[in-house]
Design a protein around this ligand. Structure first.
Ligand SMILES: Cc1ncc(COP(=O)(O)O)c(C=O)c1O
Ligand SMILES: N[C@@H](CCOP(=O)(O)O)C(=O)O
Length: 482
C-alpha cells in the first residue's frame, strides 16, 4: 500500500515513511492511494475478535511494509486491559472500548479509559510503540512537534515520555485549556518533554506546526515528526474502533448504524468516513460541533468559512475550539474525486486566510454539492446551555455522567439521527477532565482515578511564547543537540 498527498504533488510513500515524516512535502496530507475494501466474509470473521486482534486485521491492510509478526507484536503490546483500565471502576477494561447502553437504540462507545482519559490514547499509545519500533531499526531520533487544544498533548506526552530517541515539543493555547488538562501536561518533568504555551488559539499552534513542517531543510536537519492527526498513523488507528463499536451494537452485518462524533480537527470523524469507505455498514456519520461551528456550516450550506483567532470562541468543550480543521482536507480530497489540483486551488485560499466573514471556498450548486449526500454526513451544533442540559439529562435519567465534548455529540446525535438506526455516540473524554462544567451542571464532582488526585497541585513546567515561527524554531534548535 502506497500513500499519496491530498495536494497531488508529492511522491507516493510507504506507511513507515509517512509515519515518521508527517505532512507531505507539497503541504498536503497523506491518504492511501485507494481504500482497502473489507469483504462480507471478513466482517463475519471479525465480529467476535478481541480489540487487539481486530486492530491487527484492520491495520495490516494499511501498514503493509511492517512484517506481520512485528505488527502483531506491537499491537498486542498496545491494546491491553492494563493500558485501558484507567477510567471507571464499573468499566470492562478487557474490552478496551466497552459499549455502554444508555437506552434502547442509544449507546456510548467508551474510548477514554486510557492513561490520559481521552480518546486520543486509542491511537497515541500505538503511535508511541510504532515510533519506537521504526526508530530502533535505524538507531534514529525523532523530534515531535505537536499542537493541542487539550488532549492530544497529554496523550502524546504520556505515550512518548522516556522513549529513547524521541523528544516532544508540544504547543498549547496559553490559558485556554481546563486546569486538569494543563496540569496533566505541564506537571511532567521528563527531560524529553517540552511544553510551550502559545499566545493564541489551537489554530495558531497548528499553523506553527505546519509552517515548521513546510520548511523542508529545517524539518530534515531537526528530524521533525508529528503526532497530530496530520499523521496518517493516528487516523488509521482510529478506524479500528468504528469496527469494534459497530460489532458491539449490532447482531449481524446486515444492520446499519449511525455514529455521532464530537468534532474539532475532523480527525475522528475522518476515521469514520474511511471505515465507511472500506465497507463498514455506517448509515449516518453525525458531526457535532460546539459554538465553533465552521464544519456544521459547511455540511449545511456548502460554504467553508474558517474563522481567525479573534472569531474563535473559548467554550466549555475547549478541545473542540477549532476553526480550521486539518483533516477536513482529507475528506474534501475524496469529495472532489481525489483531484489534487482542486484541493490545491481550495487550500490556496484557506492557507492565505480570508476576511473574517468571507468564505475560503463554496461548493454550493456544484457537482460536489450534489455528491455530498452519498457520504452520509449530517451535522449540528451545541452550545454551553445545551451541554449543561445534556449532562443533567444523562445523569438524572440514565445515571451516566458524560464530559462536555461527549455531551455535544449526544445532543447533536439525538437531534440528527435517523430513528431506524442504532446511535453510537463516541465518548471522547471523561468528565474528570472538565470538572468545572460538571460541577456547574450537576453540583457534584466527577470521579477521577486515584493516581490523578491532586494533579493540579504538582509543580508545572512550561515555556510561554508568541505565535512566531522564528522564535519556535530557535527554541527547538536550542534544545536539540547538533
Ligand atoms: C475531548 C475531545 N473531543 C473531541 C475532539 C475533536 O476531535 P477531532 O479533532 O478528531 O475532530 C477532541 C480533539 O481532537 C477532543 O480532545
Ligand atoms: N482536540 C485536539 C486537537 C488536535 O487534534 P489532532 O487529532 O489533530 O491531534 C487536542 O485535544 O489537542
Amino acid at each position: 500500500m502506497k500513500y499519496i498527498s491530498t495536494r497531488g504533488n508529492s511522491p507516493a510513500k510507504t506507511f513507515t515513511e509517512i509515519l515518521l515524516g508527517g505532512l507531505a512535502p507539497d503541504g498536503g496530507l497523506y491518504l492511501p492511494e485507494h481504500y482497502p475494501q473489507v469483504t462480507r466474509a471478513e466482517l463475519d470473521a471479525w465480529r467476535n475478535l478481541s480489540y487487539a486482534d481486530l486492530a491487527f486485521e484492520v491495520l495490516s491492510k494499511f501498514a503493509t511494509d511492517i512484517p506481520v509478526d512485528d505488527l502483531r507484536a506491537i499491537i498486542s503490546k498496545t491494546y491491553t486491559a492494563e493500558v485501558y483500565c484507567n477510567g471507571r471502576a464499573d468499566s470492562n477494561a478487557a474490552d478496551v472500548t466497552p459499549l455502554r447502553k444508555v437506552t434502547d437504540g442509544v449507546y456510548i462507545l467508551e474510548l477514554s479509559n486510557g492513561p490520559t482519559l481521552a480518546f486520543k490514547d486509542m491511537a497515541m499509545q500505538l503511535l508511541g510503540n510504532l515510533f519506537e519500533y521504526a526508530l530502533a531499526k535505524d538507531h534514529a531520533e525523532l523530534n515531535i512537534l505537536g499542537a493541542t487544544s487539550g488532549d492530544t498533548g497529554s496523550a502524546a506526552e504520556y505515550a512518548m515520555r522516556g522513549k529513547r530517541g524521541i523528544r516532544v515539543f508540544m504547543l498549547s493555547p496559553n490559558g485556554k485549556m481546563s486546569s486538569f488538562q494543563r496540569a496533566q501536561m505541564y506537571s511532567l518533568q521528563d527531560p524529553n518533554i517540552f511544553n510551550i504555551a502559545v499566545n493564541g488559539m489551537f489554530d495558531d499552534a497548528q499553523d506553527l506546526v505546519k509552517a515548521v513542517s513546510n520548511d523542508h531543510a529545517y524539518k530534515a536537519a531537526h528530524k521533525i515528526g508529528t503526532v497530530n492527526s496530520i499523521n496518517w498513523g493516528r487516523v488509521s488507528a482510529q478506524i479500528v474502533y468504528y469496527f469494534k463499536g459497530y460489532f458491539a451494537a449490532t447482531k449481524s452485518n446486515d444492520e446499519q448504524v449511525a455514529f455521532s462524533v464530537p468534532s474539532g480537527n475532523f480527525g475522528n470523524i475522518c476515521a469514520g468516513h474511511i471505515a465507511r469507505m472500506m465497507g463498514l455498514p455506517i448509515g449516518q456519520l453525525i458531526l457535532a460541533t460546539n459554538e465553533n461551528d465552521v464544519l456544521d456550516e459547511f455540511f449545511r450550506t456548502g460554504v467553508y468559512r474558517p474563522r481567525g483567532t479573534a472569531h474563535t470562541y473559548e467554550t466549555s468543550s475547549p478541545s473542540m475550539d477549532i476553526s480550521k480543521a486539518s483533516n477536513f482536507e482529507r475528506f474534501v480530497f475524496d469529495l472532489v474525486g481525489r483531484d489534487g489540483a482542486k484541493v490545491r486551488e481550495f487550500w490556496s485560499k484557506v492557507d492565505a486566510g480570508a476576511a473574517p466573514d468571507a468564505a475560503a471556498f463554496t461548493i454550493k450548486g456544484t457537482d460536489y454539492w450534489h455528491a455530498l449526500p452519498k457520504f452520509h454526513f449530517s451535522s449540528g451544533k451545541s452550545t454551553h446551555e445545551d451541554r449543561l442540559k445534556t449532562i443533567r439529562e444523562m445523569w438524572e435519567e440514565y445515571g451516566v455522567m458524560v464530559d462536555t465534548h461527549t455531551a455535544d455529540g449526544l445532543k447533536v446525535g439525538l437531534e440528527q439521527r435517523r430513528p431506524s438506526l442504532p446511535l453510537i455516540c463516541l465518548e471522547t473524554a471523561l468528565p474528570a477532565k472538565f470538572e468545572e462544567t460538571i460541577v456547574e451542571a450537576l453540583g457534584r464532582q466527577p470521579e477521577r482515578p486515584a493516581a490523578l488526585e491532586g494533579i493540579e497541585d504538582l509543580p508545572q513546567r512550561c515555556v510561554k511564547m508568541d505565535a512566531d515561527v522564528a522564535i519556535l524554531k530557535a527554541f527547538i534548535s536550542a534544545n536539540v543537540p547538533a
